[in-house]
Design a protein around this ligand. Structure first.
Ligand code: 4AD
Ligand code: MG
Length: 510
């Protein structure tokens, strides 16, 4: 440790984020790292960062002791330092502050920090994720994520919800059997949790209204900018909530959270180059709603438009190509160039949305949109189905009117009381939720239909045997939500930037 300090005992340590007008003219101490050091020839601008923000200390040789000046000259990027200075208003940026350098103590002088100002490739940055995290953009995204954590906790607490924690080791699937990670459980096979929902449905029997928030695992071999193999999901479940209650709760929660971010993270949004005005519409509810059946035409129009644009075709030719079944297009949501070329066929009843379809839907609106009433066949076993007044299953009118070649085989036209919330600016699906099937016979049929092992579901079925009530819930992915809020279309944020140590396909280090 260097002995080059002109430190005063009295200067209080403050976090950069906490510096305000009350500190003007005061000598304060900043403990952190050197983020940059422009200048030279008798004057340096020391960019100090302490994790909470960044501030510049203006150091001048004339006004510094020789020991301090030597220290200032010696330190390179990411040296750990304690700096003291007098707080002043920033000369140009209204509402910001800077320091008149008054002293330094060097904890470790670094001269060979691997991440430099030159452009580094993604592979290099991911390999150095433990250091890349320190960057201005990366740390701003992580501060927004932390603020979202806090907003969600407050939102649920204020509404009388109890936080529960659901298991990670689970004996069975919740969201389809194809995306499970297997774990050897001392001779038994268990799976890493895909969702806490089934446990939440039991927990509401004890607590009425709950949410869980934890790591969630999906083994899909997807390489899009939206997929993590391990992500964090908040899942809400509430007794006596119907489909509408559920949607209203979700839109209020998003509006609340976005307002919080606008209020508390303006420095981060500015750092990222994210225009707050693009987020503002999402603070207003209600959000638009669209039925799956009505999305079909919209998506097919957008597919024709994609072919017109990417191939320079007339509308007529593009339509012809789309319905020929031979069309391909370039899908930019895939990271890997080799994967970008994808088939493009007409969207039929029973198809799931791809990223370009979600983008076409979200492009219609300036705030999140709910797409509801999906075909029963493409959703989980637990979704409550739409019924007629007499209790029979409803056939969607759009389905009934569609020609057969616009329906996938095996489709009944039945739909579910579930909705996905799709974020604006191409953010994609952020929430999946539904009212839950509370009709015992239908639930049993669904479990059978999905070929799930009935034995494992006996405990779950007890929730329907003893004090069955209408109930609903949803799950929101933290990383997808933050990628939208922090980046959107202004400065697209990749999902790997939203979590400290991302787990992606073939990527689990550091
Ligand atoms: O739509 P999903 O699969 O819904 C469920 O798991 C329900 N059991 C939730 C519930 O009703 N309790 O996932 C919910 C959300 C998605 O909308 C998305 O935001 C996120 O979780 N998500 C992912 N995020 C990152 N990487 C992945 N591989 C994700 N899969 C889902
Ligand atoms: Mg989903």
């Amino acid at each position: 440790m260097s002995e080059t300090q002109t430190m005063s005992e009295a200067a209080p340590h403050v976090r950069i984020r906490a510096i305000g007008p009350g500190h003007l003219g005061q000598r304060v101490q900043i403990r952190g790292w050197l983020a940059n050091k422009p200048g030279g020839k008798g004057r340096y601008f020391l960019w100090l960062r302490d994790g909470s923000g960044i501030i510049q200390a203006v150091a001048e040789q004339e006004k510094s002791s020789p020991e301090d000046w030597e220290a200032v000259e010696s330190i390179g990027l990411e040296s750990s330092i304690i700096v003291e200075g007098i707080v002043k208003a920033h000369p140009r940026n209204e509402g910001e502050f800077e320091l008149d350098f008054a002293g330094i103590k060097v904890l470790q002088a670094v001269s060979d920090y691997p991440i430099t100002k030159k452009e580094h490739g993604t592979e290099f940055l991911m390999k150095h994720r433990h250091l890349w995290l320190r960057g201005r953009r990366q740390s701003a995204i992580l501060r927004i994520r932390a603020e979202v954590h806090k907003a969600w906790a407050d939102f649920f607490y204020d509404r009388g919800f109890f936080r529960v924690d659901t298991p990670i080791f689970t004996p069975n699937a919740c969201e389809g059997t194809t995306t499970l990670f297997e774990v050897d459980y001392h001779g038994d096979t268990v799976y890493l949790s895909q969702s806490g929902q089934l446990y939440n449905e039991a927990d509401i029997g004890a607590l009425g209204q709950v949410y869980c928030f934890g790591p969630t695992f999906r083994a899909e071999k997807s390489k899009t900018r939206r997929h993590l193999l391990e992500f964090w999901m908040l899942e809400m479940e509430a007794a006596f909530y119907d489909f509408d209650d559920n949607i209203r709760f979700q839109e209020e929660m998003i509006a609340f959270t976005v307002s919080r971010i606008l209020e508390r993270c303006s420095a981060e949004l500015k750092e990222l180059g994210r225009d707050p005005e693009k987020l503002r519409p999402a603070t207003q509810t209600p959000y638009p709603r669209l039925r799956y059946g009505d999305a079909i035409e919209l998506i097919n129009k957008s597919r024709v438009a994609i072919l017109m644009e990417q191939r320079g075709l007339s509308e007529e030719k593009a339509l012809e190509l789309l319905y020929s079944g031979k069309a391909t297009f370039s899908d930019d949501t895939y990271d890997d160039d080799a994967e970008k070329t994808r088939k493009l066929e007409p969207f039929r009843w029973g198809d799931d949305f791809g990223a370009p379809d979600e983008a076409a839907i979200s492009a219609q609106y300036d705030r999140p949109v709910f797409v509801s009433n999906f075909p029963t066949e493409i959703k989980g076993f637990y979704f409550k189905q739409d019924e007629e007044a007499d209790g029979s299953l409803r056939v969607d009118p759009v389905f009934a009117a569609l020609p057969d070649d616009m329906k996938l085989p095996g489709m009944s036209g039945h739909t579910v009381q579930g909705a996905d919330c799709i974020g604006p600016e191409g953010a994609g699906e952020m929430i999946g939720g539904s009212q839950r099937e509370d009709n015992f016979e239908r639930l049993m049929e669904n479990i059978e239909h999905h070929q799930l092992p009935l034995d494992f579901f006996q405990w779950y079925l007890d929730t329907r045997r003893y004090g069955n009530v209408p109930h609903s819930g949803f799950g929101i992915g933290m990383e997808r939500f933050v990628a939208w809020v922090a980046g959107g279309s202004d400065t697209p944020v990749h999902i790997r930037e939203v979590i400290t140590f991302p787990r992606m396909l073939h990527q689990f280090e550091p």
